[in-house]
Design a protein around this ligand. Structure first.
Ligand code: HEC
Length: 292
């Protein structure tokens, strides 16, 4: 099919095909690299967020809880003794300033129904409980928005059971606050929930798309300029000289022996013109001989 086209069109078609293929490859590679960037950036944010949360929980467990329990052994003071409650409250304060960031301690069997797992979280908690993975990270959707999320399991230890065993064993104030329906029946070592940190990817993804759009624009402009340059080169150094040779050859064939091939370049076209010139002289000589 290409053989039917003029040289100029053929080269343009080939260059256009090269453009389409190279743009597709470059954009796919760019998208992959930028996506890795988005993941890395999101992961850094989720890590910092999770680390800050864990640090405050550790502080409560190591510094606050033992002193509170020593001074008020029989009282129910969850704000100072339940790390998860403190985390939930701290997360709410973070969220007031950064509503897009979400920190959740979710359980399929929660005391506080706000902490109930959704379908995605429940699948992750189940996978943790089955030992499928130790931590999880990846893209997740929540309320129609895309997030990068990390999750780590929460297992029940000795010191958890007295609150999460049965309503009879738990502190009556806690039962009065949370009821008796859910949040109990923990078994030692069981994965009872997971910590989730969600960081929105929309901003990073928009930036990645913008970068790609700029790249595609620049690449196309560059290619367009290259296309125009190549076109001009073909026209000036191939198409026009050949047209001239054709015109002169046609006139000579009609008997106008005064016309001459005149090529200024020093390339294949010149070699062609020189060959025609020699042919013209041979023709002139042959005609002279015939005339005699
Ligand atoms: C002093 C009682 C107490 C102890 C001890 C305790 N918890 Fe809780 N736990 C609570 C309360 C109260 C909540 C509800 C917090 C809220 O309202 O968000 C809670 C919430 C949770 C949740 C979130 C889901 C839910 O039930 O709302 C998980 C998971 C959890 N606890 C696991 C643990 C683990 C694991 C331990 C041991 C390391 C532990 N808890 C120790 C009282 C306790």
């Amino acid at each position: 099919m290409l053989g039917q086209l003029s040289i100029r069109k053929r080269i343009m078609v080939i260059l256009a095909a090269v453009y389409v293929v190279s743009l597709t490859v470059a954009i796919s590679a760019g998208w992959y690299i930028l996506r890795q960037d988005t993941i890395r950036e999101s992961l850094e944010k989720t890590d910092i967020f999770a680390a800050a949360m864990s640090a405050s929980q550790e502080y409560l467990a190591a510094e606050i809880r033992p002193r509170v329990l020593a001074r008020l052994p029989n009282s129910y003071f969850p704000e100072a003794t339940v790390g998860i409650l403190m985390l939930a409250e701290t997360a709410k304060k973070v969220q007031n300033k950064h509503p897009e960031y979400i920190f959740r301690i979710a359980s399929p069997n929660p005391l506080n129904q706000d902490n109930l797992t959704d379908a995605f979280e429940e699948a992750i908690v189940d996978a943790f409980d089955n030992g499928e993975f130790e931590t999880w990270q990846g893209f997740a959707e929540r309320g129609g928005k895309r997030y990068y999320a990390i999750a780590s399991p929460i297992s029940a230890g000795e010191n958890c059971i007295w609150c999460h065993d049965t309503p009879e064993r738990a502190h009556p104030d806690m039962v009065a606050r949370y009821g008796t329906q859910a949040g109990y029946g923990y078994e030692l070592g069981q994965v009872v929930g997971a910590r989730f940190v969600y960081v929105p990817t929309a901003v990073a993804e928009m930036q990645a798309l913008k970068k790609l759009a700029w790249f595609a624009g620049g690449f196309s402009l560059f290619f367009l300029l290259a296309l125009v340059a190549v076109d001009r080169i073909i026209v000036y150094s191939v198409v026009r000289p050949i047209e001239q040779i054709v015109e002169v050859a046609t006139e000579i064939s009609r008997g106008r022996m005064d016309r001459d091939f005149d090529v200024k370049s020093n390339d294949e076209i010149k070699a062609l013109a020189d060959a025609f010139k020699r042919m013209k002289y041979s023709l002139a000589k042959a005609m002279d001989i015939l005339r005699v």
